[in-house]
Design a protein around this ligand. Structure first.
Ligand SMILES: Nc1nc2c(ncn2[C@@H]2O[C@H](COP(=O)(O)OP(=O)(O)OP(=O)(O)O)[C@@H](O)[C@H]2O)c(=O)[nH]1
Ligand SMILES: [Mg+2]
Length: 278
């Protein structure tokens, strides 16, 4: 949601601005179709492996649940969190996003040129929440263009192919590249093994040990998925959305002691009135 506020000789009053923002909020809500029923998250989705999880709590943080019940989530409902998916060429980044967003799978490889993105809208604990999923190119010749889109990511997903040990070996390099453009302390990291359907249980458990070790070292949450069969794909993105949402609500509560929209408007009034993204 993007609002352009132009500086006028007579600045709008707080009340006027409050009403404008409220009407934008109302009209945005009436323009957008309701969130798909299969994107409603009411329970915290569980981790994939306990040893490599962002946290192992069974439910959303109590403060977060209360804030959602009391509609004290500030601007979180308006925000769109940026998620970037990086990793070697042909590990299956595009297929992973397409399986989740379009429930489609293409067995033919078409390299991503630069970047592509999909929007996914969720409702978490009754609050709207959106993820912008950026699918980036793994091919060396397109990496330069792709890396210019890494900035501003809240979530970094590093994908590797569970049948290709070399792709796991390149995870640290991908992490370094992604973190160059972002605040390392603010990024939520996931390590995802793809193409689980192609590996035998014995081969899989071998590579999983190594992957979990790397995930622990880089403080990433580990998952393994198959875009061909759909195994764990929805569970994985629900977990990503839930953890990103939880982090945002906690940050909002900490920052503001649960500001109301009127307080947000007052804050804007104390700044030069120009282009603001809320
Ligand atoms: N069997 C199987 N094949 C997969 C799976 N995911 C992807 N593939 C295949 O792997 C190849 C590469 O998949 P993409 O999703 O295009 O790979 P990518 O990581 O986006 O590649 P770049 O865009 O070049 O970085 C394609 O032929 C896919 O059909 C999977 O879960 N199982
Ligand atoms: Mg691709």
């Amino acid at each position: 949601l993007y609002i352009s506020l132009h500086k006028t000789e007579k600045s709008p009053s707080a009340e006027h601005l409050h009403c404008s923002l409220m009407s934008v909020r109302v009209s945005a809500m009436s323009v957008l179709p309701p969130v798909r029923r299969d994107r409603v998250i009411a329970q915290l989705p569980q981790y994939f492996r306990k040893e490599a999880a962002q946290h192992t709590k069974e439910d959303f943080n109590n403060k977060v649940k209360t804030a959602c019940q009391e509609q004290r989530t500030g601007t979180v409902g308006f925000k769109i969190s940026k998620v970037i998916v990086v990793g070697d060429l042909a590990v299956g980044k595009t297929c992973l996003i397409n399986r989740f967003c379009k429930d489609a799978f293409d067995k033919n490889y078409k390299a991503t040129i630069g970047v592509d993105f999909e929007m996914e809208r969720f409702e978490v604990l009754g609050v709207p929440f959106s993820l912008q999923l950026w699918d980036t190119a793994g091919q060396e010749r397109f990496k330069c263009i792709a890396s210019t889109y890494y900035r501003g990511a809240q979530v970094v997903i590093i994908a590797f192919d569970v049948t290709d040990v070399a792709s796991l070996g390149h995870v640290r390099q991908w992490l370094e590249d992604a973190l160059k453009e972002n605040d390392p302390t603010a990024v939520q990291l996931f390590l995802v093994g793809t193409k689980k359907d192609l590996s035998s249980p014995a081969q899989y458990s071998q590579i999983e040990q190594d992957a979990i070790k790397i995930a622990q070292e880089i403080s990433a949450e580990y998952w393994a998925v198959s875009s061909l069969t759909g195994e764990n794909v929805k569970e994985f993105f629900f977990r990503v959305a839930s953890l990103a949402f939880e982090t945002n609500v906690l940050a909002e509560l900490e920052k503001s002691g649960s500001r109301q929209i009127g307080d947000v408007v007052s804050e804007y009034l104390n700044k030069p009135l120009c282009n603001h993204t809320i």
